[in-house]
Design a protein around this ligand. Sequence first.
Ligand code: SAH
Length: 344
Amino acid sequence: MTDIKSMTLEELEQEMEKLGEKKFRARQIYSWMHEKLADGFEDMTDLSKGLREKLSEHYELVRLEAVKIQTSRIDGTTKILFRLPDGNAIESVLMRYHHGNSVCISSQVGCRMGCRFCASTLDGLERGLTPSEMLDQIYQIQKWSGERVHNVVVMGTGEPLDNYDALLRFIRLLTSEGGLHISQRNVTVSTCGIVPRMRELADEKLQITLALSLHASSQEKRRALMPVANRYGLSEVLDACRYYFEQTGRRLTFEYSLVGGVNDTAEDARELARLIKPLRGHVNLIPVNPIKERDYVQSGHAAVLEFKNKLEKSGINVTIRREIGRDIDGACGQLRKSYMDTEK
Ligand code: SAH
């Protein structure tokens, strides 16, 4: 059955014609799915019963089911484990900030990028998510919380640029006027650095923020943490960042997970500052979240502050990412992995 929630308004209009329906029905259905967040065709009460039946014969209305919801007692962050229509599980996070609610979504079931410190990649890639499965993480969370979602970050399980077509369609639907109409500026996509896709994305000239997971300031160190660096070297990745900035005018964010004794020295900070200074980006420092399958440790609190100070002295804009949800399997992929492991 066709996945109707992944269709653009134009595609939906063509479908209505095929079904022998009036074109304006498409707009009504689109609004039910993407604005009123209907979970079933039967809820679309301004459509005739006949049309609703026709829709359920021809189309699948993808809906995720929350199977586990955990809220952190420390900071109110909520982690939701969703079951997909095919039985796979993914996780999403709702973060509540002063400036509004932010949702972190997954883009794939598993991941094939192999970053050494990440739990999401331990069992490899199962498949990419459909646009509707990416959207519904946000829709279900907005309905569950009863509060509007302001920001969306594609930083959960998966490499979004390894699911490129679905990602683009997802962004278009999410930011469309007839849908939730979230501003492109409030959408961030995080990548481990798939260079050709970064350039393609730049050519789309969207106003979204691109975040690059950098994690090291030399090719050698980066390769030891991220296998993707074997395919795309550090200078190539930074060139692609420059290209993204030139094409879109959007400053990038650089994510840097601090791993004790691996990438947290004064020399690392100096080199990092030198590399990204010309790009005028922002650095997000993340004390690495240790996972039991690897023996990486966090940098000490003093080392983190020292690293931040060094960057700031070089004129770099830095934030330390609040460690959120430590008590709820906060690290990428941890909750899903423990769920899948017990299911097995
Ligand atoms: N594949 C994308 C998005 C998902 S990961 C990417 O690589 O950017 C989101 C961020 O969390 C990335 O910066 C990733 O490197 C980081 N990350 C993953 N596991 C982590 C861990 N255990 N501790 C700290 N950061 C981690």
